[in-house]
Design a protein around this ligand. Sequence first.
Ligand code: ACO
Length: 470
Amino acid sequence: MDNIEALFKPESIAIVGASRTPGKIGHEIVRNLVEYGYRGKIYPVNPYANEILGLKAYPSVSSIPGKVDMVVVVVPADKVPSVIEDAGRKGVKVAVVISSGFKEVGREDLEEEVVRIARKHGMRVLGPNIFGILYTPLRINATFGPTHAIPGSVGFITQSGALGIALMGMTIVEKIGVSAIVSIGNKADIDDADLLNYLREDANTKVVLIYLEGVMDGRRFMEAAQNFTLRKPLIVIKAGKTQAGAKAVASHTGSLAGNVAIYSTLFKETGILEASTVEEAFDWARAFSYLPSYKGGKLIIVTNGGGAGVLATDVLAENNINLEEPPQSLRDKLRPKLPGFASLKNPIDVTGMISNEGYVDAVIETLKNESVGAVLALYCETAVTDPEVIAKELIERIESELGGLQKPLIVALIGGQKSYNAVATLNAKGIPTYPMPERAASATAALITYSKLRESVKLRIDELRGITNA
Ligand code: ACO
């Protein structure tokens, strides 16, 4: 097991600074590890305690009898170097340093000392100034965030601690399943590139989302990102885009926010999808984590409301995605089933007088058509239809007639309480569904844009190879 793997798959974890007092960070991390169901060995380390949460406590890492793969360090900053030295001597592979009080407050010297000691022992360091790491496949919750994260396939790397913890809570409420949440903080040693290289190979992670304030080594980041995006989608929220924001970044994690335009260009070149808001980033991540990838073919909008169709079309056009006419075979299929005044252009407007069954039927027929590569289904709640019935029938027919989704289907259900309930029902069944047409359209655009970016990254790499081999 290499050191980065030990961060995700440790067989034993020591928490140094495991407090006896509930509510203190060092106590809550032990509790989270126990309550979330980590099956490896947990060793609380605290020279003043005999036991914590029923687990035997040790005065130091070196006094633990068994091997220790990971230490989580939760002692004040000035005590961290000696803890790292002790853990290094013990042969620990990776240290997760929660403590603040390093580069972000001008103590570069202390941060460098920690890394120097760790390197001497061949140990890697995550942090400092972080809230920890979560890896759901092995039920590791070594954070002081919420306890019960929902397992899934989104990997989330965050440079911001408090925002990261808050978003961890949000994923639970929004039922966005995660494989990993990694707080990366000051990035004294382990950086985004290390994590991307690991998560690229991780079978439990389908998409990665990074909240990024700045990178130390741009070339290294871009190389890792490019290798990553050839395999899996990578969504980045770049914070510190304005001058004022960049200043805030400097005092937050001590990073340089850099030139916004340069970042955006490099992101595109390496196949990164840049989200402008946190909401957008998670909307996209949800779609990528649920759906099969887009493999070309027409994108068709099916809607029962013209306005929703127009709003979605605008969002797609802003993302350089133009809608083509639906295939004739699909029009022939739908024409006899729809009111005479329905539009069979793209968006296909099945009209507000369509029944529950008629609406679901139109979506299923569109999904079945061979020339169709993705479907964006928009629905406005009316008195003649019931979104909860629509959601249920859609789920049933996708299962019974299509054997599950073979191509992307993104849904927006716009309306009152019943629509909100139906949004949750569809999401729980792995059909990405949003309460607004623009959000569904934006997620659709992300899926298609990723496949285009990936192709252009591939092409560019092939060209470069051609030049080098010539
Ligand atoms: N080895 C092991 N345990 C030790 C040692 C040692 N050498 N020395 C002391 N301890 C024990 C203490 O006795 C205490 O246990 P107790 O409560 O049972 O007495 C425990 O370790 C913790 O030590 P304290 O001195 O009480 O430290 P405290 O818990 O107050 O603070 C902390 C430590 C949390 C690391 C603090 O210094 C810190 O950095 N806080 C900020 C953390 C943070 O926010 N990180 C960024 C996250 S992201 C975000 O913004 C949310």
